[in-house]
Design a protein around this ligand. Structure first.
Ligand code: PMP
Length: 464
């Protein structure tokens, strides 16, 4: 494929702005969901004339959909660098569904191994399922510290991880961590973390939600036990969550999800489940269209060159960091000597994150995200000093909570394959303008008690 970077739907979508002009929307929110690659739509359209349920074994379209499904699974495994030891299972709601599934699946191990280690930078999807399942059996989640301190925290601290693994030797069920942070774009040393977990007889789970769109996963090479990611983060709206797991562990720790498609025989009293994996795993009708289009997109990324994709992400992040840090009063969270990519989170002195994000959208057509990005503990740990510095003595008691709500959070710009240096320049110009004219912009907004800034005269209307 020649230039994949232009093959995205919605690059030229225009919106009316608060000043009455119309502008091409700039999507800098790919860490939430990037734009969809045209390949995903082409793949769906190609399969739709054959659409059928692959459970119906006897007709032609069922055979075609069954083959498309099998091809899709194998292609995704190949692109992710998984070898014959691994299987793929697709599950409903993205990485979240996969993590909940894994936490339930691995819970029986906690009788002997009652500790789960989760990094301190995790999205709630890779923290709360482990906490809830652990709590239900008296096991415990411990958070692995990061290098550095407060607003300048970096990667997972390998010596702190090793200290925890030693302290709880033989008692750690698994270590679960993200490859790339959805807040700071910091990249964790995946191979080292997996090796340490294995050295102390713990399993390793990689949350690849932010890695899969940007880099090679090298699953077999790093010997990762379980990997989770979401199709919608890989330029493929509406595709399922993906679990890639060593098949031996699927068999050893079976899923609690049952229903049609995973049984040999059922009567009113009992059921015999399939004994082959991953077939035993896939209860219910699979999202064949979603999986097929995801596989086509991942194959397109592979053909384009995954190294080129990562190099683009790293180069753009670096360019953005250098440029944005020259905006007056702007601070970028996180610190690392290593490559960063995807998400870049910041605050500007004296201007609430909610106001910055609203002005960017309303006056400049730039889509970013703000608040805590479903990573409340991580974000709080980076902004806590700024919150301590708030002078609440002068603020009436019933206003204090609203003030804290306005201050708790950051602005996140995130960069995807279709983003360019020109996009960063546009963000830089907009932020410079916001700093220069902050008082006049602020007059146009009302702020809610929860910290959301709503324009006094301008609303975005659904116009489909
Ligand atoms: N983990 C990380 C690192 C994420 O960035 C996200 C999505 N923001 C998730 C998990 C959850 O993914 P999903 O919403 O697809 O379940």
């Amino acid at each position: 494929m020649s230039d994949l970077t232009n093959h995205f739907i919605g690059l030229n979508t225009e919106y009316k702005l608060a000043d009455g002009t119309t502008k091409r929307r700039l999507h800098l929110d790919g860490a939430a969901s990037p734009l969809v690659m045209q390949t995903a739509i082409d793949a769906r359209n190609a399969l739709l004339p054959h659409y059928s349920n692959s459970h119906s074994f006897s007709h032609a379209s069922a055979h075609i959909c069954g083959q498309a499904h099998t091809w899709a699974k194998q292609t995704i495994l190949d692109v992710c660098g998984a070898d014959e030891r691994y299987s793929l299972v697709s599950l409903g709601n993205g990485t979240t569904a996969v993590m909940n599934n894994l936490a339930r699946r691995l819970k029986p191990r906690s009788a002997e191994k009652p500790i789960v280690l989760v990094s301190a930078m995790e999205h709630h999807a890779n923290d709360l399922p482990h906490r809830e399942q652990s709590a239900s059996v008296g096991a415990q989640v411990i958070h692995i510290p990061l290098r550095g301190e407060s607003a300048r925290q970096g990667e997972i601290d390998l010596s702190a991880l090793e200290a925890l693994l030693k302290e709880h030797a033989g008692k750690v069920n698994y270590v679960s961590f993200s490859g790339v942070s959805n807040v700071t774009g910091i990249v964790n040393p995946v191979a080292d973390i997996v090796a340490l977990a294995h050295q102390y007889n713990a399993l390793a789970i990689l949350d690849a939600a932010q890695s899969a769109p940007h880099m090679r996963l090298n699953i077999a090479e790093y010997d990762i036990d379980f990997v989770a990611f979401s199709g919608h983060k890989v330029y493929c709206a509406g595709s399922p969550g993906i679990l890639i797991a060593k098949s031996e562990y699927l068999a050893q720790y079976p899923s609690d999800e049952v229903g049609g498609g995973v049984v040999e025989r059922v009567d009113y009293q009992s059921a015999d489940y399939l004994k082959t994996y991953p077939e035993r795993e896939q209860a219910g009708t699979k999202d064949i269209l979603g999986l097929y289009s995801l596989a086509k997109v991942m194959a397109a990324l592979r053909d384009y060159g995954l190294d080129k994709v990562s190099a683009h992400g790293a180069e753009l992040w670096q360019y953005a960091a250098e440029k944005l840090s020259t905006v007056q009063g702007l601070f970028i969270y996180g610190q690392s000597e290593q490559t960063r990519l995807g998400a870049l989170s910041f605050n500007i002195d004296g201007i609430d994150h909610g106001l910055v994000a609203s002005i960017l959208s309303d006056y400049f057509g730039i889509a970013v995200r703000n608040e805590c990005f479903c990573a409340h503990p991580y974000v709080s740990s980076m902004i806590k000093e700024a919150l301590w510095e708030l002078d609440l003595d002068e603020v009436p008691e019933d206003e204090q909570e609203a003030l804290i709500n306005r201050k708790r959070g950051m602005v996140r710009a995130s960069f995807s394959l279709y983003n360019t240096r020109e996009d960063v320049d546009a963000l830089y110009a907009a932020l410079t303008d916001i700093v220069a004219k902050q008082a006049s912009f602020a007059k146009e907004y009302n702020v809610t008690r929860s910290g959301a800034y709503l324009h006094k005269h301008f609303v975005v209307e659904l116009s489909l």
